[in-house]
Design a protein around this ligand. Structure first.
Ligand code: NAD
Length: 498
């Protein structure tokens, strides 16, 4: 069984940690590792390493920083299969999905390789007589990423490549459930030539998180996780004067219109609901069938759900793996039962699934619950498992109103063949990321990722232009170079431009 250390100042280290937590292979249910949990003084050491490294890294030229970014890009690409294997071993998702996760993270690294272009300032020549005005952006200092279990490599990569390219130094607090990918990422940064101390990892739980939120030398916090913790992080770090972006949970709806191809919609809905066992913040967990779309859709979705091959993530042919923990499985099973108790129709029941030779794994099969109503627990709770709830609406406006009444606003989609309906939907929904016949509309790295309402606290989305803005602050310079022919123009009145 492996012990998973922290990574501070360019090397793996146990620091002074005395506590640890078990890490499991969710497909077997067996413990495979023990991750160290940082204390406040451990966090202090990691932040000190990052603070020390900031002095030089923030002064490194754009050329020097870009060279490291390009080298890191090559190394992540070369080691993508190793990263994917680490993800699958601790998260459980199938290897092809883990490989896709690494690819989407790599795209953020590629975006960050263009940092010289992204950090170009503005320049106004002769804004006033003999006066020029220009602006540029500077890094913040030590910035922190606190990330969830469901994308252990990609979600941190939404943050650290952009933060580091902007000249900050970084302390990552990854999920304690699947921490090993972050250790390999730290090694790859080092191999790429990143100076020691610029990228650090502290493993831990609430004690480490609180120490980071309260640390005087931390300038900004990026968080991704569940809504209650996102709200807490935002409040506490903001109260401590830090810049914060805290992305929370989701309940993503997909509307299916009667004019959509039911087979196409069902195939994509099933993929969006059951891929990665529904443990994606952009998973579709609620389908809203409009008018006559409902019955045909249910028949097709039931067929799709029954055809998903569930098995260990590293086995050939597996399309969906286990969920993350036994506690998560039990919670999902309990929520499915609540749907039955509250009057919904269980169209496909994934409870009690047995995977041969993996009887102790954390399994829940694809589940479809029909005739769900907004007051039911399966609708109000973020289930975060392979469970698709189907609701019915008479019109697209009713479906849009249902989405807007939901407290979350992460992602949403519509299946339709009408441009007019699609446009009404894209303009009417109060949601940050919208798909038209695209059920998981995760923006490309050169756009920014983020939801609305209870899916994001703070005003900046991650990566893309908003990520660059989050990790930098602006200076605006107004300059004059007096010479003998220039009138002085000095006056006690408030300066105006002429
Ligand atoms: P989580 O909120 O339990 O944990 C996220 C991070 O917060 C982890 O690093 C964890 O150690 C830490 N944490 C947990 N409890 C804490 C506490 N009481 N105090 C301080 N820190 C604490 O989330 P999770 O279960 O790891 O991930 C799943 C959740 O993340 C889902 O709700 C999912 O929707 C959400 N998520 C959102 C996005 C998005 O972009 N909006 C992306 C991925 C995941």
């Amino acid at each position: 069984m492996s012990t998973i250390d922290h990574w501070v100042a360019g090397k793996p280290s146990a620091l002074a940690s005395t506590r640890s937590a078990p890490v499991y292979d969710p497909a077997t249910g067996r413990q495979t590792g023990d991750v160290l949990l940082a204390s406040a003084s451990d966090v202090d050491q990691a932040v000190a390493a990052a603070r020390d490294a900031f002095r030089e890294w923030s002064q490194a030229s754009l050329t020097a920083r870009t060279k490291v970014l390009f080298a890191f890009r090559e190394l992540v690409n070369a080691r993508a299969d190793d990263l994917a294997a680490l993800i699958t071993a601790e998260h459980g998702k199938v290897l092809s999905d883990a490989r896709g996760e690494v690819q989407r993270g790599l795209e953020v690294v590629e975006f960050a390789c263009g940092i010289p272009q992204l950090l170009k300032g503005d320049y106004s020549d002769q804004a006033s007589s003999g006066v020029d005005v220009f602006s540029f952006r500077e890094p913040l200092g030590v910035v922190v990423g606190i990330t969830p279990f469901n994308f252990p490599v990609m979600v941190p990569m939404w943050m650290h490549p952009v933060a580091i390219a902007c000249g900050n130094t970084f302390v990552l607090k990854p999920s304690e459930r699947d921490p090993s990918g972050s250790q390999l990422v730290a090694r790859l940064w080092q191999e790429a030539g990143l100076p020691d101390g610029v990228f650090n990892v502290v493993n831990g739980d609430v004690e480490a998180v609180d120490a980071l939120l309260d640390h005087d030398d931390v300038a900004a916090v990026s968080f991704v996780g569940s809504t209650p913790i996102a709200r807490y992080i935002h409040e506490r770090a903001s109260a401590n004067g830090k810049r914060v972006q805290a992305l929370g949970g989701a309940k993503n709806h997909a509307i299916v219109m009667p004019d959509a191809d039911p087979a196409f919609a069902a195939e994509h809905l099933a993929a969006a609901a059951f891929g990665s066992a529904g443990e994606r913040c952009m998973a579709v967990s609620a389908a809203v069938a409009v008018g006559a779309a409902g019955d045909a859709l249910i028949d097709e979705v039931v067929a799709q759900a029954g055809a998903v091959h569930v098995g260990p993530g590293n086995a050939d042919g597996s399309e969906m793996g286990p969920v993350i923990t036994a506690a998560s499985r039990d919670r999902i099973v309990g929520l499915i039962q609540s749907g039955v108790d509250q009057g919904a129709t269980l169209a496909v029941d994934g409870r009690g699934l047995v995977v041969p030779d993996h009887e102790d794994g954390f399994w829940v099969g694809p589940t479809v619950i029909d005739h769900v109503r907004p007051a039911m627990d399966v609708y109000t709770e973020e289930i975060f498992g392979p469970v698709l709830s189907v609701l019915r609406a008479d019109t697209v406006d009713e479906a849009i109103a249902l989405i807007n009444a939901n407290p979350y606003g992460n992602g949403t989609a519509i299946f339709t063949s009408s441009g007019e309906t699609a446009r009404r939907f894209q303009r009417g929904v109060q949601v940050g990321m919208i798909g038209i016949n695209v059920p998981i509309p995760v923006p490309m790295a050169y756009y920014s990722f983020g939801g609305w309402k209870d899916s994001l606290f703070g005003d900046k989305h991650v990566h893309g232009p908003e990520g660059v803005s989050f990790y930098t602050r602006a200076k605006v310079i107004t300059s004059r170079w007096p010479h003998v022919e220039m009138p002085s123009g000095a006056s006690l009145q408030f300066p105006t431009m002429t």
